[in-house]
Design a protein around this ligand. Sequence first.
Ligand SMILES: Nc1nc2c(c(=O)[nH]1)N[C@H]1C(S)=C(S)[C@@H](COP(=O)(O)OP(=O)(O)OC[C@H]3O[C@@H](n4cnc5c(=O)[nH]c(N)nc54)[C@H](O)[C@@H]3O)O[C@H]1N2
Ligand SMILES: Nc1nc2c(c(=O)[nH]1)N[C@H]1C(S)=C(S)[C@@H](COP(=O)(O)OP(=O)(O)OC[C@H]3O[C@@H](n4cnc5c(=O)[nH]c(N)nc54)[C@H](O)[C@@H]3O)O[C@H]1N2
Ligand code: SF4
Ligand SMILES: [Mo]
Length: 696
Amino acid sequence: MITQRGRVVHTACPLDCPDSCSLQVSLEDGRLVAIDGSHHNPVTNGYICAKVRRFGDRVYGADRIMKPGVRIGAKGSGAFRWIEWEEALERVAEAMRDARERFGAESVLPFYYGGSNGLLTQDTVDARLFRRFGASRLARTLCASTSGAANEALYGKMPSVTYADYAHARLIVVWGANPSASGIHLVPYILEAQRAGAVLAVIDPRSTPLARKADVHLAIRPGTDVAVALAVHRHLFEHGHADEAFLATHTRGADRLRERAREWTPERAADVAGIAAADIERLATLYARLSPAVIRCGWGLERNRNGGNATAAILALPAVAGKFGVRGGGFTLSNSASWGLNKTWIGAGEASTRVVNMNQLGRMLTGPVSPPVKVLFVYNCNPLATVPHQNLTRRGLEREDLTTVVFDQVMTDTARFADIVLPATTFIEQYDFARAYGPISLQLTRPVIDAVGEARPNVEVFAELEARLGLSQDGDPRDEVEMMLRVLDEMPAEISGALRDGTPAEPPCGTAPIQFVDVFPRTPDRKIDLFPEALDRQAPLGLYTYQPDPGTDRRPLALLSPSSEKTISSSLGELITRPASLVMHPDDAHARNLREGDNVRVFNDLGDVRCLLSIEPTIRPGCVSLPKGLWSRHTANGSTANALAPDTLADLGAGACFNDARVEVEKDDSDAAGCGDSGSGIRSIPAVPPVPNRIH
Ligand SMILES: Nc1nc2c(c(=O)[nH]1)N[C@H]1C(S)=C(S)[C@@H](COP(=O)(O)OP(=O)(O)OC[C@H]3O[C@@H](n4cnc5c(=O)[nH]c(N)nc54)[C@H](O)[C@@H]3O)O[C@H]1N2
Ligand SMILES: Nc1nc2c(c(=O)[nH]1)N[C@H]1C(S)=C(S)[C@@H](COP(=O)(O)OP(=O)(O)OC[C@H]3O[C@@H](n4cnc5c(=O)[nH]c(N)nc54)[C@H](O)[C@@H]3O)O[C@H]1N2
Ligand code: SF4
Ligand SMILES: [Mo]
């Protein structure tokens, strides 16, 4: 027993959220009774989001998987016979051996993403196992792949401005991010700066809480950011606001960027983006005039065909305008690379096997591919809820000749399709390292309660499988504690020393680096590459170009599916009891004769979603929105936004294009309307009177 009666213990949150809060957990008789923020991490400042305050409802909830199971009903029915770990692991090992024998080791596909964003629960023993086995490799492109490619090419992922430094800015530009839901600890620093006179600009098709507080809100058409950013560049170059001395000393490729920006007059960009030219000029003028100026570049804008170009054009702005070198100036994207930690030591070199793009899982499972996928091993991920083209993914998961293993904490939509389910521990039952990607912090998280049911940590399950498959080697860390210590040992001593002592660790760049004072581009020549040739060749039309709206299936409305305050991706979705509502602008509702609370069908050629309607002026006309991370139980037909998202790939980094979904909406008069019985065996949610379901 780790715990005793009535204690408060400290740990951290490793979920896929930029903030990585420090937590204090109250325990009684070894049970979690409350969870809240602590002051260990100054950015957490004693408070956390409402969803993790409810984390106990996941840990002890009705959806928790308590024991390994083997499927007894139809695929997707969620009916299992509960078995012992011994039998479950042997079945998994046998399926992997059998697939290797008959189709080659690449017929096994590990599938994992953001469930456990920590350094221990991913890319350690799991990677070692699948590399040694020779499984197909996964291109982890579901998120941040597109923006990461741009950041890597321009800046070599130079560390970003951290949250606290926003208080020093005179101009804050929040571009395609909604921190009020997706990184709440940034918000107080923005408000503090505003109180001190800073100007706030927000570029977002939705009127997010910060957009409503902003001095300038550009409610652009989704996917048009590159045009707007280039118009700002044009203004800087043509009105003498480009920092020519900085450009000459610290950058390459400025002339080519200048050339590409030339054609983007404010009028042309405004026409493409569906806003007023004067608003673009206002943004450009403010950006030229005010310093320190910081841009919070989010992930909303990367999720479309222009995402790579857009991110590159936005990230290039502080270089052209000369915004670096002062506290509160520069840009923020992801800070996950700030620690410079790698996993070259895990005991298995990078394999050279086939690479599968995770955004096209459905194609991979249903298409003619060689070898076919015979074993799909899902962990840290809920692909049926989170990857594009849901109907194709579902069809793949229904394949009778596919063995699907799902290793998760709760009975997710994907787990219901498993042939074998394995119960996983949560972050309060296991060790991990929580690395923030907004602020710069790294914390050791530790088991504060005993594992619930028969749940086991990733590290132990993958090590067990290795042993069964004859892939263990002498000296391999085997159990969780050994592996945790090994991760510590492989860190620079200053970092691991602090973590061992339970004090905050600092990376070499410090926790609040000033760009171009404390940190510099990590490109080979330490210059910013404003026109990376490789990217110019990679992007279908070249770098700093705009591809018009594909009008997927010629549908008129752009469907966004941004993060909501209720879930982290689909994690904790089991705790949402209300049916989902589509948010639509009053003009669009009026044009379709739709009313608040109507049952609607949102559709395109890929699928349809039957849900409720919420009419709100908080979204620009021509756009509609459903929350990211819904479960099948939240809609009347079991489909979510992902059923409408194309599995095409973004211009850079082969990233997902969730926000390229184009849809039409009509009133739903079918029998299924208003009831949560999805036909996929999910318990039904009766139609409830609609409430405005604000998802900001
Ligand atoms: N509560 C909560 N927090 C989370 C998450 C969560 O699911 N829930 N997810 C975490 C993860 S995995 C990530 S990656 C981050 C993502 O966090 P964010 O960077 O905030 O990304 P999104 O929530 O996808 O979208 C942000 C905003 O982009 C807008 N947007 C959509 N398309 C466009 C466009 O083309 N241009 C512009 N300018 N704006 C656009 C949306 O309206 C939305 O308000 O949040 C993390 N934090
Ligand atoms: N429509 C739409 N879809 C999107 C997006 C969007 O903007 N729109 N955004 C995308 C983004 S930003 C992201 S990051 C992806 C995320 O997509 P996913 O990686 O699928 O993330 P989650 O939905 O959080 O699912 C993670 C699962 O891992 C499980 N898990 C957590 N910890 C552990 C552990 O220690 N061990 C094991 N075995 N399992 C664990 C959780 O219970 C959860 O079921 O979704 C993407 N999907
Ligand atoms: S999800 Fe984000 S805000 Fe919530 S506790 Fe975890 S790190 Fe903090
Ligand atoms: Mo993400």
